[in-house]
Design a binder for this molecule. Structure first.
Ligand SMILES: O=C(O)CCC(=O)C(=O)O
Length: 318
């Protein structure tokens, strides 16, 4: 069952445990909501004007060329893309940076991942009229399945987005992997059944399975909620963007976090606008990946507490 929206954090955590998703109403209100909306729309318009816009969810959008390679214009309007995606929002406004440090993120993402999680992707998905359903997926499709000791199994780097039969019908006796990813969906406009509200299948986070791309399930629910709501869903939950059939653009900011031993989807450390560095809090620097975790992500000494945008490198010495 899809949990009802709640401002009670204890209930929200129970919802996350039981359903894999919770919704908190009224997280962004008044000026904060208006500022984030305006910033997103302005950024989106300018990225489009400068032909920097990234588009997906088009019904006729052909992504691969005749040799099976991603086409250079795959994610463009001219190739039939409709929904507009914006990436690396950390560089695109204080309102977006504030989301990464929001106290509800500490509480609810921390509930799933523990205290030292990092930012994987900070993106927006503006679902537009005509945008198709994205299709159900999980955000930790790359997680190796538990295996029978000594048995042959798919090698971790060979895992692909197209799930293997083991991932679609796992052996429940082997147990399942924990959530190592968790998402925050900031609804900057009303999410409705018609404008592409995120689809979820509550409870699937405990199945240990990836959805079968060739099979429909009738257990799909949509995250229908007013502007300003925040949905948190964990990385094992089956979900995807809904179809946009009517209404205004659906403005969603999707902030994905992962445990610090995993690779970030966007390279936050490389991509961060260097001019922002002096103004960043230690909390945000850590979330971006500038603080090694148990010496992973370091350069030289395992005891260095931070890495820096322009590090002192020890080069070939003689
Ligand atoms: O935009 C949404 O509603 C969900 C997007 C999503 O699932 C994704 O980008 O992986």
């Amino acid at each position: 069952m899809l949990p009802i929206a709640t401002a009670d954090l204890k209930q929200a955590k129970r919802d996350l445990d039981q359903s894999g998703v919770c919704v908190i109403p009224g997280v962004l209100t008044g000026k904060a909501l208006m500022t984030a909306r305006r910033r997103l729309v302005e950024q989106a318009e300018e990225e489009e004007r400068q032909c920097l816009d990234f588009r997906d969810a088009g019904s006729d959008q052909k992504l691969l060329d005749d040799f099976g390679q991603i086409k250079s214009d795959a994610f463009s309007k001219t190739n039939g893309g409709i929904n507009q995606r914006l990436w690396m929002l950390v560089n695109k406004g204080q309102c977006f940076r504030d989301m990464v440090e929001h106290p509800l993120i500490d509480e609810l993402i921390g509930h799933v991942l523990g205290d030292r999680f990092i930012l994987s992707t900070h993106s927006a998905n503006i679902a537009k009229r005509g945008g198709q359903r994205m299709g159900l997926h999980t955000d930790q499709w790359w997680m190796p399945q538990p295996v029978v000791p000594g048995s042959d199994h798919i090698r971790p780097s060979d895992i692909s987005r197209i799930p293997s039969s083991d991932a679609i019908t796992p052996n429940p006796q082997l147990g399942i992997a924990p959530a190592v990813v968790a998402n925050a969906m900031w609804m900057l406009s009303d999410f409705t059944a018609e404008n592409g509200a995120t689809e979820v299948v509550p409870g699937t986070h405990l199945s240990g399975a990836q959805p079968n791309p060739n099979e429909e399930t009738d257990a799909v629910e949509q995250l229908i909620a007013p502007a300003g709501s925040l949905a948190i869903f964990e990385g094992r939950l089956w979900h995807g963007t809904g179809a946009h059939t009517a209404g205004e653009d659906r403005l969603g900011v999707l902030t994905t976090f992962c445990a610090p031993q995993f690779r970030q989807q966007e390279n936050q450390v490389l991509g961060l606008d260097r001019n922002l560095w002096p103004s960043l809090s230690d909390k945000l620097k850590e979330r971006l990946g500038f603080k090694p975790w148990n010496a992973y992500g370091r350069l030289e000494s395992p005891s260095d507490p931070w890495v820096y945008p322009e590090p002192a490198r020890i080069l070939e010495l003689s």
